[in-house]
Design a binder for this molecule. Structure first.
Ligand SMILES: [Zn+2]
Length: 341
């Protein structure tokens, strides 16, 4: 008998339903194979690239099995889900998201004994985490687990709106998978198209076309997560990616910076708020921490001292200014595209 796990809303609506697939009679251990397996699965199905960064299972501390079967063929369908677990904010920390991944894994483990249910999980920050590996069978789309892959948005999108960062990440992942064995341009739909459930919620369901638009759009347009142009100018796009990486509010704005440093740093462009009585910004304070500045020096304000520390950290020329097409900013942009600051 197939185990089914339903999550219901207060009005009885089935917000999400997870189910394991029945295995072929007497062949429980046989891996599923598509009619025409076109190529050998790569050992590491997805690596961080210039366009898409998916944090590994190890990064969030996966503790349970990675699905139950190895799938050797590409997906024939991709389904979008929502998890109906905690609704984190767009400025949630990586640690908070990792905790949610482990919570989600516990649900799948408790119900099916096969670890986390979904292939990839995207949080409001726009960060994505690998759930059940692309080449392993999960328990996301009952009856279709063996032939499809799943993209899950963490939270409840019947009640909440997905963030722009989430949609961008999902589109980039879908687009990136187009030419790769694990999705191969398979059509994308919402879970509710094939099951009695509201999943992935009406607010996310309304955005599926935006995710589908990721198909063939590699890399995503400048400013989308992971798709930064390495041009050495630090504007809103670079700030937005930095904010995502450092876990501060994502708005592309560096607030309250001292105007005396504006003209001497022409590489700092859009999204910088220059004022006479600077209070500093959270993203710069987080950066100061990241690059090893002493706690007493983390004032959230850009200036020669912070820029020199950044240049030392990045291994570029140390002169304390961000020039036009700055080599330090290019190094920073490369690291952001690689998913590491
Ligand atoms: Zn679902």
């Amino acid at each position: 008998m197939t185990e089914v796990y339903e999550i219901k809303g207060e009005d009885g609506t089935v917000l999400e339903v997870l189910a394991a697939d029945d295995e072929p009679q007497g062949e429980a251990a046989e891996p599923y194979t598509t009619p025409e397996p076109a190529e050998t699965p790569e050992p590491e199905p997805v690596e961080p690239t210039a366009t898409v960064s998916i944090a590994s299972r190890a990064s969030w501390g996966a503790r349970y099995p990675d699905g139950d079967l190895t799938l050797t063929g590409p997906a024939v369908e991709v389904w979008v889900h929502h998890s109906v677990t905690a609704q984190l904010s767009s400025d949630a920390t990586v640690a908070a998201e990792a905790e949610q991944m482990r919570a989600l894994e516990s649900v799948g483990q408790t119900r099916f004994g096969t670890g986390i249910s979904y292939n990839v999980v995207i949080f409001p920050s726009g960060r994505a985490y690998q759930g059940v590996s692309w080449n392993r069978r999960g328990t996301h789309t009952g009856g279709r687990n063996s032939t499809s892959r799943s993209i899950c948005f963490a939270g409840n999108y019947e009640a909440n709106n997905p963030t722009a960062a989430q949609i961008s990440t999902a589109a980039a992942i879908y687009g990136y998978g187009k030419d790769r064995w694990w999705t191969r341009g398979a059509p994308l739909g919402g879970h509710r198209d094939v099951s009695q459930t509201a999943c992935p919620g009406r607010n996310l369901y309304a955005r599926l076309d935006d995710i589908r638009a990721g198909e063939g759009s590699t890399p995503p347009s400048p400013g989308e997560p992971g798709g930064l142009i390495v041009d050495g100018f630090w504007g809103s796009s670079t700030t937005r990616r930095l904010q995502q990486e450092l876990g501060t509010p994502v708005d592309g704005v560096v607030s309250s910076q001292s105007v005396v440093w504006r003209d001497v740093n022409p590489g700092l462009t859009t999204g910088w708020r220059w004022v006479s009585d600077a209070q500093g910004s959270r993203v710069i304070a987080a950066l100061q921490r990241k690059i090893g500045m002493a706690s007493g020096d983390r004032d959230g304000k850009i200036g020669p001292e912070t820029i020199r520390a950044l240049q030392r950290y990045l291994g570029t020329r140390v002169d304390g200014v961000i020039s036009r097409d700055s080599s330090a900013v290019m190094a920073l942009q490369r690291r952001l595209n690689d998913g590491r600051v």
